[in-house]
Design a binder for this molecule. Structure first.
Ligand SMILES: Nc1ncnc2c1ncn2[C@@H]1O[C@H](COP(=O)(O)OP(=O)(O)OP(=O)(O)O)[C@@H](O)[C@H]1O
Ligand SMILES: [Mg+2]
Length: 268
């Protein structure tokens, strides 16, 4: 079942240059959609439109077939979101912050306490639960934000660079968690520069460049069509290659049909 749909999303901060242009995709239950692209390609702008934080200049975001603006409150109840830049109340402890989020989400006290304890333990934050969030490292704050996004058991998770600042162990936990949540039917949108992880955890990938969709398909198809053995190399071919290889790539992508590819975007 399609959970989230983006229809021709366009965002213009300035009149002349769209930050995101005509972006369309569908995300179904159990899918993990990776969003990759160079800095400034429009990933976070897309995420902000998908979460209802930014109004698209054109296009629509649909949740289970209805525009999210029709009932933004209900939509956000089903959404777990980890933003690119995390702001936490610095004087609250990790535990207090999560309790506040859970209470605002209307979660029953008993199950909330048990859930907070379990997630703090999973992310190795239990020993720090009574320290002020302002004293936490970047990776610790990132882990708190992830826990906060998971507390209400959302059906849709939108993660903007969730691994930034995480150590190896925490990054592995997050990767494993994404896979487990997808197996349980959650729809997940995952923005990242870590292509190695995207290749492993994502069922589909969208490559953005200058706000446009350069490619959209299964990671394996993308690699095969690009004649590359890793998503990292396929990405480099798509985004950073010379005109000639990119033009030939365009012709190789199109007949496959399952990957959409805009040849003009391959040009600098
Ligand atoms: N509030 C804003 N006002 C004007 N322009 C903006 C604003 N936010 C983003 N932009 C521009 O929109 C474009 C896309 O930015 P965005 O943050 O979506 O990229 P990104 O893919 O998330 O980049 P990164 O990988 O660095 O996180 C960039 O050119 C950026 O300068
Ligand atoms: Mg970003």
């Amino acid at each position: 079942m399609v959970v989230l749909e983006a229809r021709e999303l366009t965002k213009c901060y300035l009149p002349s240059v769209p930050a995101v242009r005509d972006l369309s995709f569908c995300l179904t239950e159990g899918q993990v959609l990776g969003f990759v692209g160079p800095n400034g390609s429009g990933k976070s702008t897309t995420v902000k439109m998908l979460t209802g934080l930014l109004q698209p200049t054109h296009g629509q975001v649909l949740w289970c077939g209805a525009a999210i603006q029709r009932d933004l409150l209900q939509y956000r109840k089903r959404l777990g979101y980890v933003p690119e830049e995390i702001d936490l109340y610095p004087f609250l402890s990790g535990w207090e912050y999560l309790e506040l989020v859970g209470t605002l989400r209307g979660l029953p006290r008993k199950s909330l306490t048990a859930k907070i304890d379990a997630l703090l333990a999973l992310f190795s934050l239990a020993p720090h639960r009574h320290s002020a969030v302002g004293s936490y490292s970047k990776g610790m704050r990132q882990r708190i934000a992830l826990i906060a996004a998971l507390l209400h058991d959302p059906s849709l998770l939108i993660l903007d660079e969730p691994l930034s600042g995480l150590d190896v162990t925490s990054a592995m936990i997050v990767k494993h968690l994404i896979q487990t949540l997808a197996e349980r039917g959650k729809a997940i949108l995952y923005c990242s520069h870590v292509l190695e992880v995207v290749e492993k955890v994502c069922s589909h990938v969208i490559v953005l460049r200058k706000g446009r969709t350069l490619a959209y398909g299964h990671p394996a198809e993308l690699m095969k069509s690009a004649g590359q053995s890793s998503l990292e190399h396929a990405f480099a071919h798509l985004v950073e290659g010379d005109d000639a290889p990119q033009a030939s790539l365009a012709s190789r992508f199109s007949p496959a049909g399952r990957l959409s590819f805009c040849a003009e975007d391959a040009l600098p």
